[in-house]
Design a protein around this ligand. Structure first.
Ligand code: GDP
Ligand code: GDP
Length: 465
């Protein structure tokens, strides 16, 4: 179900400007033809990873105040009756006008939840208007500048809160998870009641293979591309463009980031080639899942770690391919070493999959690709709000945050604000006092209980009573 959001307010407060920003296209221009009266515009919009249908009620012609107000009323009624919630905008620079009050009265009488927005809030000229807006009786305003794109994170929070408070996210029935113990018993994995995200949209999975020179990247790419016998070259359906090469692995379409280093290279180039940070960043921009390749015959180096942490920082899914397994003698030992180094150096992301392979013989590649698909699935994972809140209550009860200066830290509710990577918001009365160690505790428990190993999940503490 698509959430519908109506944007209401008197002319000139900035509705179209915000609409355009949320919709991301200059749709307004289309409607600016003189004489054409469009009463409302609708378009799919997005904010902070949430998609919704935005309904703008702008575009009313001014033809006398009485008429205008009657028509606005009709428009507003229409918008708010259909909408799941409304964004009521005022111009903070102009302060609260009689027309704003008129709107606020209409909105207060209705049942539709309202987010009060003070627009044009950049700079000091807006301060008085922001204070004044409390008098509208619609709660705390969110101050933004639609034109400059300021205050959007506060707007995201307000969205989350309205969506949560009004149960607007349509979700599957929560499972019968009632206690901490149940999670630990692992029953959550049997339910799989959560939506699995958009990993099966038919779109190709975007993957990059990164690593230091000579670890075997080209060898792996050649192996992967050669594996599907139907694809032998550009003529036979293998499409190569400036940044990617598309191929199929067991009927799954994959787009692989094709660094210059992966192409046929001259001897000179080969010598000069170094994995530059710029290259990695380019790969990261492209990829959803990053395979970091390590040469098992070489020590795990600082450079490997910095690539790994860059991948995690950028919120991409990470899989480690431990290559040249055929040359390895003390295999167990090396695996354990790398595992320990990773856990120690990247404690925020426990459980990164490490797959031993031999790109030369192809051994283990049949395990690498499923690990890539799984990393992608988890990256797209969505957990229901109901489940998260049960989990939060249980986890906080199990190990409460100590009081700070004699006052309790209350974690009130929790919701997943986006996927790719899974990002969660916990609403808390005093975000500034939450200990880092407690955030880590929550993150680790979350990872464990919802089975998100190796995923760069994020937990945001947000203010909310
Ligand atoms: P609408 O009639 O409510 O749709 O308002 P518009 O979006 O057409 O905006 C009215 C005017 O306010 C335009 O000149 C915008 O450029 C301006 N405006 C919109 N947002 C802001 C803002 O955040 N700050 C400032 N200073 N001006 C803005
Ligand atoms: P790249 O610079 O990361 O693209 O590395 P290449 O793919 O060019 O590989 C560097 C060297 O390692 C080549 O001589 C490969 O034949 C060799 N190589 C790659 N993978 C393996 C492997 O799994 N086992 C062995 N023994 N050699 C490998």
């Amino acid at each position: 179900m698509t959430i519908k959001v109506a944007m209401v307010g008197r002319p000139n407060v900035g509705k179209s400007t915000l609409f355009n920003r949320l919709v991301g296209k200059r749709l307004a221009l289309v409607d600016d033809t003189p004489g054409v009266t469009r009463d409302r515009r609708e378009a799919m919009a997005s904010l902070g990873g949430m998609s919704f249908l935005a309904i703008d009620t702008a575009g009313l012609e001014e033809d006398g105040d009485t008429k205008l107000s009657a028509r606005m009323r009709a428009q507003t009624d229409l918008a708010i009756n259909e909408a799941d919630f409304a964004l009521f905008m005022i111009d903070a620079r102009a302060g609260v006008t009689p027309l704003d009050k008129h709107f606020a009265d209409l909105l207060r009488r209705g049942k539709t939840p309202v987010i009060l927005i003070c627009n044009k809030a950049e700079g000091r000229a807006a301060e008085a208007g922001i204070y004044e807006s409390y008098s509208l009786g619609l709660g705390e305003p969110v101050s933004i500048s639609a034109e400059h794109g300021e205050g959007l994170s506060e707007l995201i929070e307000a969205f989350d809160k309205v969506i949560f408070d009004n149960n607007l996210v349509v979700e599957e029935e929560p499972g019968e998870v009632t206690s901490k113990a149940v999670y630990i018993d692992g029953e959550i994995s049997d339910e799989e009641a959560d939506t699995e995200g958009e990993y099966d949209t038919g779109l190709p999975l975007q993957m990059a293979i990164v690593g230091r020179p000579n670890v075997g990247k080209s060898t792996l790419v050649n192996y992967l591309l050669g594996e599907d016998r139907q694809i032998t070259g550009p003529e036979a359906g293998l499409t190569r463009d400036a940044i990617g090469v598309t191929y199929f692995y067991e009927d799954r379409e994959i787009r692989m980031f094709d660094t210059a280093g992966l192409r046929r290279k001259s001897k000179v180039m080969e010598k000069l080639e170094k994995l530059s940070v710029a290259d990695t960043i380019r790969a990261l921009n492209f990829a959803e899942v990053v395979v970091l390749m390590i040469d098992a015959t070489m020590p795990f180096e600082k450079q490997d770690l910095s690539i790994a942490s860059l991948v995690v920082q950028e919120g991409r899914s990470l899989v480690i391919a431990l290559n040249k397994y055929d040359l390895m003698e003390n295999r167990q030992e090396i695996m354990k070493d790398i595992q320990e180094t990773l856990e120690h150096s990247l404690p925020q992301i426990k459980g990164i999959p490490i797959v031993p392979i031999s790109a030369l013989t192809g051994k283990g590649v049949n395990k690498l690709m499923p690990a890539v698909f799984e990393a992608y699935r988890l990256w797209n994972r969505r957990v229901s709000t109901a489940k998260l809140n049960k989990w939060l209550a249980a986890t906080v009860a199990y190990h409460p945050h100590p009081s700070v200066k004699g006052r309790r830290i209350k974690m009130r509710y929790m919701t997943q604000v986006k996927t790719r990577p899974p990002t969660f918001a916990i609403f808390c009365n005093r975000t500034a006092d939450v200990a880092r160690s407690y955030e880590r505790y929550l993150l680790n428990e979350l990872r464990w209980d919802f089975e998100l190993p190796g995923v760069p999940i994020r937990v945001l503490m947000r203010k909310g009573d």
